[in-house]
Design a protein around this ligand. Structure first.
Ligand code: NAD
Ligand code: IPM
Ligand code: MN
Length: 354
């Protein structure tokens, strides 16, 4: 039998509601198998900060690191809450985990499931994967402010791009493209303006492309990429891009493929030195928290990514199939939610094949 140590970080807002359903599905899909999931619950997020003043202690980080994988709901309070003004939960918790655990690949698949209404009149066949860099770019925190509060304030936010960091994520994207049927990779950047980092990304992509003659490569500026995501999303197979462009593009990608309630992600440490972390793309949604109306599907699809990452491909496929069947049966009736969060979880469990 195989034992998997899973760290659970439900977090804030709808985080605990959607994680409860994801765990329900995880338990059901592994029940009666030789896989045993040992869960450790970590109470982290805005609620914990307000109670104790801690965001993520060294002890928390060490304890989380000793697990095989992490499932996270969402963290963050109501934007603008003055009590959280200096907490910086997103940087101090979410980004600290991604950076400390070297999650250099942020995997964000976009699939328009059969039966899902897209806001696009003719979406076509939407099935692409965004490989978002996870540890560099403008997210690093290399910046500072001078003369704050004066008319001469200077606020710098430096985008950090290393040859090592760009090459490893570009290589991962080529491998991902090679494993897919269309074998197409699009580099998205803004090389016409961000000339230094743009050049590094473009040269790295060109160099690695020589090792992957079976993968077709093209390039789009990020502004043009937003046009094609709306007018012709089926042109995309794998997109590789930097941390900030990837953040923005994947909310747009979610919107065109059934909404943020369906978008799953994995923060991957492909080397296996640290646990990878799986989470819905959405946030804590304070506007609907506690109402049992959040769609848990993104969190449940994140469980499928988690199972895949752990080498449990059959279980992952069973979760995906159950979600696909549930979505097909919705026929658009979940917008606005016609079932509770927990009823959606129960329905997906009921659709799991044996
Ligand atoms: P959000 O994703 O929380 O909400 C945006 C909109 O989408 C809201 O109207 C919300 O009700 C809706 N929504 C989100 N998830 C949904 C679901 N599963 N089902 C139905 N509707 C859903 O983004 P925001 O409002 O910008 O951020 C709220 C808080 O979450 C902030 O503190 C932000 O920093 C944080 N955040 C955290 C993460 C994370 O933990 N990974 C990601 C994004 C935002
Ligand atoms: C996401 C979120 C995070 C990001 C924030 C909350 C730090 O928007 O996971 O997409 O920008 O990466
Ligand atoms: Mn985001």
């Amino acid at each position: 039998s195989r034992q998997i140590k899973l760290a659970l970080i439900p977090g804030d807002g709808i985080g605990p509601e959607v994680v409860a359903e994801a765990v329900k599905v995880l338990d059901a899909v592994t029940a009666g198998s030789d896989v045993q999931i040992d869960k450790t619950h970590f109470s982290l997020g805005a609620a914990r900060f307000l109670e104790t003043g801690d965001v993520l202690t060294d002890a928390d980080l060490a304890a989380i690191s000793s697990h095989d994988a992490i499932l996270l709901g969402a963290v963050g309070g109501v934007p603008g809450d003055p009590r959280l003004a200096n907490a910086n939960i997103e940087r101090g918790l979410l980004l600290k985990l991604r950076f400390s655990l070297d999650h250099y690949v942020n995997l964000r698949p976009s699939v328009l499931f059969p039966g899902v209404a897209s806001p696009l009149a003719e979406p076509g066949d939407v099935d692409f994967l965004v490989v978002r860099e996870g540890t560099e770019g403008p997210y690093v925190g290399n910046g500072g402010v001078i003369r704050q509060g004066t008319p001469h304030e200077i606020a710098n936010e430096v985008s950090v791009n290393t040859a090592y960091g760009v090459e490893r994520v570009v290589r991962y994207a080529f491998e991902a493209a090679r494993a897919r049927s269309r074998k197409k990779l699009t580099l998205v950047h803004k090389t016409n303006v961000l000339v230094f980092s743009g050049s590094l990304w473009q040269r790295t992509t060109n160099a690695v492309a020589a090792e992957y003659p079976d993968v077709a490569v093209d390039y789009l500026h990020v502004d043009a990429a937003t046009i094609f995501l709306v007018t012709n999303p089926s042109r995309f197979d794998v997109i590789v891009t930097d941390n900030l462009f990837g953040d923005i593009l994947t909310d747009l990608a979610a919107a065109i493929s059934g909404g943020i309630g369906l978008a799953a992600s994995g923060n991957i440490n492909p080397d296996g030195h640290f646990p990878s972390m799986f989470e819905p793309v959405h946030g804590s949604a304070p506007d609907i928290a506690g109402m049992q109306v959040a769609d848990p599907t993104a969190a449940i699809l994140s469980v499928a990514l988690l199972l895949d990452h752990l080498g449990l491909a059959d279980a992952a496929a069973r979760v995906s199939a159950a979600v696909t069947a549930d979505i097909a049966a919705r026929r658009g009736t979940d917008a606005p939610a016609s079932r509770t969060t927990s009823a959606v979880g129960d329905a997906i469990v009921a659709r799991l094949s044996n």
